[in-house]
Design a binder for this molecule. Sequence first.
Ligand SMILES: Nc1ncnc2c1ncn2[C@@H]1O[C@H](COP(=O)(O)OP(=O)(O)OP(=O)(O)O)[C@@H](O)[C@H]1O
Ligand SMILES: [Mg+2]
Length: 460
Amino acid sequence: MLVSDIMTQPVITVQGNASLREAVSLFRHKQIYSLPVIDEQGVIQGLFTKSHLLDIIEKELSLDLPVDSIMIRRVVTVGPNTPVEQAYNLALRQGVSRLPVVDENNRVIGIVTGNDALQALERKTRRSLSYYQQELTRTRDYQYTFDNLIGRGERIKWLKREAQVAARTNSTILISGESGTGKELLAHAIHCASPRSNAPFIKVNCAAVPEHLLESELFGYEEGSFTGAKKGGKLGKFELADGGTIFLDEIGDMPLAMQAKLLRVLQEREVEKIGRTDVVRVDVRVIAATNKDLEQMVKEKEFREDLYYRLNVIDLHLPALRDRREDIPLLIEHFLKTLGTELGRKIKGITPQAENLLVQYDWPGNIRELRNSLERAIALSLNDVLDVEDFKGLSGDDVPVKPTVPVMPVGTLAEAVEKAERETIKNALSYTNYNKVATARVLGVHRSLLYRKLKQLGLD
Ligand SMILES: Nc1ncnc2c1ncn2[C@@H]1O[C@H](COP(=O)(O)OP(=O)(O)OP(=O)(O)O)[C@@H](O)[C@H]1O
Ligand SMILES: [Mg+2]
């Protein structure tokens, strides 16, 4: 943040040869506390302040005297590109409350008060503080350690060992693996096991941020750098992650133009903020993740080769769940315990037949799908031991078929919503054998809301 972002403009000034009468009337008619005194070219000569008014009365000075006969001649000034912190410290050290802002020719272009500077600094601190607080509560909810990465099979054990060693370094890491294999969990565990664990872990989903916003999201911008820019500017994720780790999720979806900018950051360890001429140095460890085949994308010129090599310093591959079926029973045990507590249901276990079904299944959605299937089974099961029928969805017979041709919308939005609600509720009812308590649970709504909807839709 620079002085030019917060200074008051235009500034009211007075010429050195103007009479005291003129200066007094400016004080009377404008809400000002000090007047920079200038010559014909606008160059600063001195400062005329409210305390000079007292001098005039006390010493019974003639109002015809020129301003420059009593003004302060030694004025502390700042440039528009002075950082706000520096301006504030200067005002404090010099014991002045107002600093005229001058250009390279000493012409007055604005004025800034110590108070403005302090308030701007406070806003900035508060913004990053609230971000950190949110992150802190978010990460406190979960303990992301290697112990939470369930798996005893050789492949996962080996991977964990490799990741633990990598955690102690500052090297960039590329995590690959199908969707739902635990890439984010692994990235977080690496951060928590690294010497940076007390600094923030900042996640950016490169696929979720619209292309035109990605640059400001990553690097931030200065106030006033474009129309619509927020007051006080915006801190980029790289700045927020300073001292910690930045997790670039879905890196394969990063547009090529951004890839070039990211490469620069990785090479130089500094970011170019939008609307700022100098660069900001950052100390961050980068972990990137993708479920795409980056090597293939490089061949097809969809991903920059140089960036690929920069990211791929340490590569960790998370195997698909079907390639480590030996871990499935352990994962089931883990989720029955944790999800049971979360959903407030005590599930004693699972029948060998059901477990066998889960071990045999192909899990295209990997661990996330396993977790969701168990969550659904726990929520719906009428017994405290899960059985084959609790996993009906897995056989594939109720996978919704996507229409291949877009259907022309018919009717109003309200009608469409009602139709969708009716379908969803009817499905849930038949799925739960018309158990309304379970239906409400599946739909994630309170029972009373479900009863109201049933009545409204004539389904009761
Ligand atoms: N080894 C594991 N042990 C326990 N839980 C796991 C493990 N791996 C993943 N999970 C759980 O599976 C879910 C998916 O994990 P995560 O979000 O890390 O996957 P991902 O690879 O980032 O998926 P996507 O590519 O879809 O973003 C999460 O709920 C996570 O807690
Ligand atoms: Mg993920």
